[in-house]
Design a protein around this ligand. Sequence first.
Ligand code: 5GP
Length: 129
Amino acid sequence: MATIFTKIIKGEIPCYKVAEDDDYFAFLDINPVQKGHVLVVPKIEEDYIFRLDDETLSGLMVFAKKVALAIEKAVSCTRVAVAVIGMEVPHVHIHLIPIQKESDLNFAQKKEFEAGEMAKTAKAIAEQL
Ligand code: 5GP
């Protein structure tokens, strides 16, 4: 069965899309830790990041770097934090989270933004790519 992220990539489930190329896809996390929290995923289905082949893994990181630099320009932050957890969705994803300070990276405290604000944030990041 397709993962929820494959359904998002295929457009079967809506998302706030940020970027896409032939192999990778980026979209806003639906339960963001901070405004501008993006998930970057490979289009191929693999559960665990360290089971990706080297080419896909390095391509994923290079794609994530482009997205992170765009987040930096679109969202006020001192850093874009990078996290890989993968306990919830069995499809490799890198969290990119703009932060001002270390304590801003708290996965136990999610934020809520209106749909319009999410759409605006995704567009602002996409425009920097
Ligand atoms: P993890 O697997 O790294 O522990 O967390 C999975 C992340 O995916 C969570 O931050 C969660 O909010 C996000 N997520 C789960 N389902 C969806 C979804 O359907 N759409 C979006 N945009 N994000 C999701």
